[in-house]
Design a protein around this ligand. Structure first.
Ligand code: UT7
Length: 350
C-alpha cells in the first residue's frame, strides 16, 4: 500500500460577494387571478406574496445564472481565474444532459473549471453552499461560485389555484473563499423521503420519452404539484429542530443572530419561525417573498441580496439561513454577511 497525496485546504471560509438577477416582467396577483378563482386579499393573507417576476424568453436559466454569477464575482473582487468550482443549484435547468454548470462557466469566461449541478429543491442553495465551502476546506478549490437559479414559471399550471400564485423566477449567486475568521458554519441538513410526494411533478421524463416513442398522444404539460398543508405541517415540526441544531453547531445562540433569512416559501411560515426563535422586530427578517414569490433554489441568495442592497442588513452581521422544500429536504447555516452588492445600473437587468 502506498501513501496517496491528500489535498489541504483552509479552515476559515466565508461569503466574499453576492449577486442577483430578477426577471423584468412583474406579475401581479390581479393577473394571476384572471385564471383562478382567488383574490389579491386571499393570496396576500395566506402567503405574503404581492407580486413575482416571471422570466421572458430571453431570460433563460443560463442567462440569469450568468448575470447573477458575474455580479457575485465582480462584487467579491477576486480574480475569476482562481475559481476552482462552480455549483449550479437548480431544479429547472431544461435538460438532464448536458447539465447547466459547464456552459454557465463557459459564458462566465471560466471554461475548464469543475462544474456541477445540484438538485435539492428549495434547499438547493444551502446544499450548494455547504458543498462549495467544504470543497475549499478540503483543498479541492481556492474559491467556489454557488448559483441558485430557477425558472419556476415554465412548470406551473396557471389554472391550479393551489400553487400557481406561489412561485417566481430569478437567480442569486455567491463567491466563497478563504477568510481570516470563519464566516460559514457547519451545515445542518437532512431529508425526508417518506414524504417525497408532497412536492412533485405530475409526470416523469420517461412518460414523455414513451409518449414520443409510442405516439400515444399528448399527456399535457409537466407541472408542479404541492400538498401545501402537508409541507406546512412538516415544516412546523422539522424546522425548529433544524434551527436549534444549526445554532448549536455554529456555537452561537439566538441572541447572536442579527439577521434571519429563511427560505421564502410563505411569509406565515417565516413569521412562525421568527416567533418560535423569539426574535424581536430589531432582528431584520427577509421578506423578499412579497415581491419575488418563492424562487426555490434562488430564494435565499435573492433574499440576502435584497436585505444588503436596501441596507436592512449590513456586511459583517451574523445571519441564520434556512432552506427547506422538495425532497423533502432542509439545510441550515449561520453565516457572516458579505459586502452589499454594487448598485445595478442597467435598468434592463434588475
Ligand atoms: O418552497 C417549498 C416549500 N413549500 C412550502 O413550504 C409551502 C407550504 N404551504 C403553503 O405555503 C400553504 O399551504 C399554501 C399557501 C400553499 C396554501 O395555504 P393554506 O392556508 O395551507 O391553504 P389550504 O391549502 O389549506 O386551503 C385552504 C382553503 C381551501 O378551501 P376549503 O377547503 O377550506 O373550503 C382551499 O380550497 O383555501 C382554498 N384555496 C384557495 N382559495 C382562494 C386554495 N387555494 C386558494 C386560492 N384562492 N388560490
Amino acid at each position: 500500500m502506498i501513501d496517496i497525496a491528500a489535498a489541504e485546504g483552509v479552515r476559515n471560509v466565508g461569503l466574499l460577494g453576492i449577486g442577483a438577477y430578477r426577471p423584468r416582467r412583474i406579475v401581479t396577483n390581479a393577473e394571476i387571478c384572471e385564471r383562478i378563482d382567488s383574490t389579491d386579499e386571499w393570496i396576500v393573507s395566506r402567503s405574503g406574496i404581492h407580486t413575482r417576476h416571471f422570466a421572458s424568453a430571453d431570460e433563460t436559466v443560463r442567462a440569469m445564472s450568468v448575470i447573477a454569477g458575474q455580479r457575485a464575482i465582480d462584487n467579491s473582487g477576486i480574480d475569476p481565474a482562481e475559481i476552482g468550482a462552480l455549483i449550479l443549484a437548480t431544479s429547472t435547468w431544461p435538460q438532464q444532459v448536458p447539465h447547466g454548470a459547464p456552459v454557465v462557466a463557459f459564458d462566465l469566461g471560466i471554461n475548464g473549471v469543475a462544474a456541477m449541478d445540484l438538485t435539492a429543491g428549495c434547499s438547493g442553495f444551502g446544499h450548494g453552499m455547504a458543498v462549495g465551502a467544504d470543497l475549499i476546506r478540503a483543498g479541492s478549490a481556492k474559491y467556489t461560485l454557488v448559483i441558485g437559479v430557477e425558472r419556476m414559471s415554465d412548470g406551473l399550471d396557471m389554472t391550479n389555484r393551489g400553487n400557481c400564485f406561489i412561485f417566481g423566477d430569478g437567480a442569486g449567486a455567491v463567491v466563497l473563499g478563504p477568510t481570516e475568521r470563519n464566516g460559514i458554519s457547519p451545515v445542518v441538513w437532512g431529508s425526508d423521503g417518506e414524504h417525497s410526494q408532497a412536492i412533485r411533478q405530475n409526470h416523469t421524463i420517461v412518460d414523455y420519452m414513451e409518449m414520443g416513442a409510442n405516439a400515444t398522444g399528448p399527456i399535457g404539460k409537466m407541472t408542479l404539484e404541492m400538498d401545501g398543508s402537508t409541507v406546512f405541517r412538516w415544516a412546523a415540526i422539522t424546522l425548529p429542530k433544524a434551527i436549534h441544531q444549526t445554532l448549536t453547531s455554529a456555537g452561537v445562540t439566538t441572541e447572536d443572530i442579527e439577521v434571519f433569512v429563511p427560505h421564502q416559501a410563505n411569509a406565515r411560515i417565516s413569521e412562525v419561525m421568527k416567533k418560535h426563535l423569539g426574535f424581536g422586530d430589531d432582528v431584520p427578517m427577509a421578506n423578499d417573498i412579497a415581491t419575488t414569490g418563492n424562487t426555490s433554489s434562488a430564494s435565499i441568495p435573492l433574499a440576502m441580496e435584497e436585505l444588503l442592497r436596501t441596507g436592512k442588513a449590513k456586511e459583517g452581521q451574523t445571519a441564520l439561513l434556512l432552506g427547506f422544500g422538495a425532497g423533502l429536504t432542509y439545510a441550515g447555516q449561520v453565516v457572516t454577511l458579505p459586502p452589499a452588492p454594487a448598485p445595478v445600473t442597467d435598468p434592463d437587468h434588475l
